[in-house]
Design a protein around this ligand. Structure first.
Ligand code: CAA
Length: 257
């Protein structure tokens, strides 16, 4: 499949999706949104793919929603057209997704990275929610996911001032899982995704679902949900294989059953 604004490739069990609008610092226009939703849906269906890496260029993961495209929109267009609601397709991706971030991840770019399951960032990465400087606020989850990721004080600081934070600060506050040198970024993300893809698919999807549920529910309900998923994995052949292999001191041969 070829796209106007994305490059896609597979590396073993990993799909690598690269945002590719270099002249606009990967600004996220409606074509990027619909192509990304299509690419993720296609990789979601591809049995051989166990995890996805989403990346941009060295200079920019993405510099936000496309300001040129947004400029002419009025309230009625935005409201009736439910502007940017299509991005929910990214967050709804069931297979694990790693954001590999280099350079600017601003506005919708930061929000897109946060829709992934975790962020591996290069030493050059910069994060921010500068929407306030344009007279708007984050519209793809920045006020919600950022607050859950880094807490109220830091989220307010970023959302109200529009300032950027460097990668050291982003890791310190819990937005970024790992920092790597720029030249290691893609390999580190792909190797990490391949490791995830090597584990039993049902357990991986349930692990993702369980962690995500912690953001949606009470502790008691979350613990009960986790326990039920945990119980259900004892119905899989891969649980039998994983535990037998441990006892027999050999490598497991998982079958995704
Ligand atoms: N939309 C459209 N075009 C963008 C863009 C964006 N978000 N960000 C950068 N570009 C374009 C620039 O217009 C420029 O195009 P031209 O060469 O045709 O003039 C090109 O990308 C290169 O950008 P700069 O010349 O500005 O590069 P720089 O290195 O000097 O600055 C930057 C980089 C600090 C990231 C700066 O481009 C910038 O501030 N970009 C906008 C960031 C922003 O405000 N993002 C939030 C958007 S709103 C949003 O995302 C809403 C939401 O929550 C959904």
């Amino acid at each position: 499949m070829s796209y106007e604004t994305l490059l896609t490739e597979t590396r073993g069990p990993v799909a690598l999706v690269t945002l590719n609008r270099p002249k606009a610092l990967n600004a996220l226009n409606s074509t990027v949104m619909s192509e990304l939703a299509d690419a993720l849906a296609a990789f979601g269906k591809e049995e051989g793919i166990g995890a996805i890496v989403l990346t941009g260029s060295e200079k920019a993961f993405a510099a936000g929603a496309d300001i040129k495209e947004m400029q002419g929109i009025d309230f009625v267009d935005a409201y009736i057209g439910d502007f940017i609601s299509g991005w929910e397709a990214v967050a709804a991706t069931r297979k694990p997704m790693i954001a590999a971030v280099s350079g600017f991840a601003l506005g919708g770019g930061c929000e897109l990275a946060m829709m992934c399951d975790f962020i591996i960032a290069s030493e050059t990465a910069k994060f921010g929610q500068p929407e306030i400087t344009l007279g708007v606020i984050p519209g793809m989850g920045g006020s919600q996911r950022l607050t859950r990721a880094v807490g109220k004080a830091k989220a307010m600081d970023l959302v109200l001032t529009g300032r950027m934070m460097d990668v050291a600060e982003a890791e310190r506050v819990g937005l970024v899982a790992r920092i790597v040198p720029p030249e290691r970024l893609i390999d580190e993300a792909v190797e990490t995704a391949a490791k995830i893809a090597s584990f039993p698919r049902a357990a991986v999807l349930m692990a993702k679902e369980a962690v995500n549920r912690s953001f949606e529910t009470t502790l008691g309900e979350g613990l009960r949900f986790e326990r039920r998923l945990f119980h259900s994995l004892f119905a899989t052949a891969d649980q039998k294989e994983g535990m037998a292999a441990f006892m027999e001191k050999r490598k497991p041969q998982f079958s995704n059953r």
